[in-house]
Design a protein around this ligand. Structure first.
Ligand SMILES: [Zn+2]
Length: 356
């Protein structure tokens, strides 16, 4: 490397050779009921961050928490009617697909499609479900979602569902249910990536035992870097319970999987965030690191989103360059930065999608 080469040039070079992936996001607030497609401004922000693939998450349990029975937005505690959970999730996937009608954006339905898109400078969107609640306990619903483009399934979100159990308050003990076991096997057959974010330890370990393929945990952090939860955090979904133990990190890595670090408000600056990358790299190696932003975009006029990347370093823009730059400054090699920014995720996807 020449001494005159800027970090921005180095990043562009890494980006030429590697697909950059946001392993977990809700771009443009697509998980809300009244958003018809992901806005062009939001997609442009991702392009400026050099991202090639956005894993676009529909929230599987939305109809239990923030979508009223009449289909409009409003926080509550709902009991959706049979069929309503699946219908909402399908509707949100349609909103992702509507974005894909745009010429500049393609559906990330296979690794080959994404590679071809990158050659043409296009962004690829991967429909994903955060919480398998939308299956409503029916495996044929998984097939229907797959045929609509679903390529990644996070098993649980904020409630223990028909598939497995959650790590956050109110903690629910137990691992994969028998339907959950069927879902894992069927995801393997359909070549859907399995995501363990929000799963409790038993559900994580059951899935690792059963899955024929590597799995990911898309947006998390390192629990051993956090002290015990503050009193104010104990009954909330805070950093302590959302992050992985070292034992869980080792188990996911041993299976060949990837752990996506979340640049959230729990890590108020870049050096806090870097400690999480460093810890995973030290514990299990560079091949098991990724990035899952959990970005929701800047929202709509009627419902502006508070930025979940609210520090100066990350900002509303969703500054992926600050992170890749931070890794380079920290001494990660170009090859290592490429792996973190998407190379590792892509390796897992190829293993899942092209397994015999
Ligand atoms: Zn989440």
């Amino acid at each position: 490397m020449s001494v005159h080469e800027s970090s921005s040039d180095r990043l562009e070079q890494i980006h030429q050779q590697t697909l950059f992936v946001d392993m977990h996001a809700h771009p443009g607030g697509i998980h809300y009921p009244d958003v018809s497609r992901i806005g062009a401004d939001e997609l442009a922000r991702y392009r400026r961050g050099l991202i090639d693939v956005i894993v676009c998450n529909v929230v599987g349990d939305a109809t239990y928490t923030y979508v009223k029975p009449d289909g409009t937005f409003g926080w509550g505690n709902y009991r959706p009617k049979p069929g309503a959970v699946f219908a909402f999730d399908l509707d949100r996937i349609s909103a992702i697909l509507r974005t894909i009608d745009d010429d500049e954006v393609v559906l990330a339905d296979s690794p080959a499609a994404v590679r071809a898109a990158k050659r043409k400078g296009k962004l690829a969107l991967m429909p994903a479900l955060e919480g398998a609640d939308g299956l409503e306990g029916r495996i044929d619903n998984l097939h229907k979602l797959y045929h609509r483009g679903l390529r990644l399934l996070q098993l649980v979100h904020m409630r223990a569902n028909e598939v497995g159990h959650i790590q956050t308050h109110p903690y629910s003990p137990g691992g994969l249910t028998s339907f959950g076991r069927e879902v894992v096997r069927e995801c393997n057959k359909l070549r859907i990536i399995i995501d363990l974010a929000h799963c409790n330890t038993e559900t994580i370990m059951d899935t690792l035992d059963l899955s024929a393929h590597p799995v990911i945990c898309s947006h998390t952090g390192v629990r051993s870097l956090c002290g015990p939860p503050l009193e104010s955090e104990q009954r909330m979904q805070m950093r302590y319970d959302r992050f992985l133990t070292d034992e869980e990190i080792r188990a996911i890595a041993a299976k060949g999987g990837v752990i996506g670090i979340i640049p959230s408000g729990w890590m108020p600056n870049l050096s806090d965030l870097m400690r999480h990358f460093d810890h995973v790299r030290h514990l299990v190696g560079i091949d098991h690191l990724g990035l899952g932003s959990d970005r929701v975009g800047t929202g709509t006029e009627s419902r502006p989103e508070p930025a979940n990347w609210h520090t100066a370093e990350f900002g509303l823009e969703g500054n992926f360059r600050a992170i890749s730059d931070g890794l380079l400054t920290r001494g990660y090699s170009a090859e290592e930065v490429g792996k973190v920014m998407g190379g590792n995720f892509f390796r897992v996807w190829e293993q899942v999608a092209e397994a015999h």
